[in-house]
Design a protein around this ligand. Sequence first.
Ligand SMILES: N[C@@H](CCC(=O)N[C@@H](CS)C(=O)NCC(=O)O)C(=O)O
Length: 261
Amino acid sequence: MIHTENETYSQSEINSQNEIDEINSQNEIDEINPDDNKSEKKGAVSGRDLVKRNYKLSYFDFNGRGELLRLIFAVSNTDYIDERIKFEDWKEKKINAPLKQVPILKVDDEPVLVQSMAIARYLATEMNLAGRDNYEKTKVDFVLDLCKEFMDHFAVYVAPEILFPSDEKEEIIEDFLNKIAKYFLQKIQILIQKFGTNGYAVGNEITVADLFIYDLVTNMIKLDPFILENYPNLKENRNQVEENQNLQSYFKEKRKSRNSN
Ligand SMILES: N[C@@H](CCC(=O)N[C@@H](CS)C(=O)NCC(=O)O)C(=O)O
């Protein structure tokens, strides 16, 4: 049985009944396609966790719901296989995807992990990015839950217009920025003011909360380059995240590979 968090989300993102039937009849959770390494790139050099694991992240070749996970690997300088699935290959790969969706994370020989937020929390715990104690972890969760809600709205209203623009693209984006983005950015800023110090979202060091905010704000800046003018705490948070050396290397590589395409 698949549970969704809200109606809108379930209508636009959950697969058709046929696919759900397929999921139910599929007994074995398997990785997407272990032999296909064509579009894979290697991540950073070494992991921060003591146990060296083999990670393979499968997602499309855009930020979407995969970028937060890539940022976690990047900031923790963890080696992983970054499989970028091409749209034309998705139909075939989808057959073996447990919920017929990505992102999917394969860790060693374990059954694959699905659902971007579950994967983010798993990785954040592994990489010590989830908050120092239970109280701090809960604060990180406040931020992640809020950001996830924001991301769901972005995925429903804006992402389809970016990938497959309609005639209403401009109005949809303007409406999104004026209403939904404003609503969430204000709330995220309040959480930063309450829980963080020195520009961090929670506590006094980088956590997965900072990374999710960074990812979402990046999406917003692409829609409106001046969007942070009204959010000084979000601006400070972004500057703090950009100070991170591992992330700087990641962004540099990302810019390079974008320019080489
Ligand atoms: N709740 C899921 C949503 C996953 C999802 O919507 N994935 C989309 C890409 S962002 C997907 O796989 N779309 C392809 C399809 O449904 O065929 C998560 O957070 O991982």
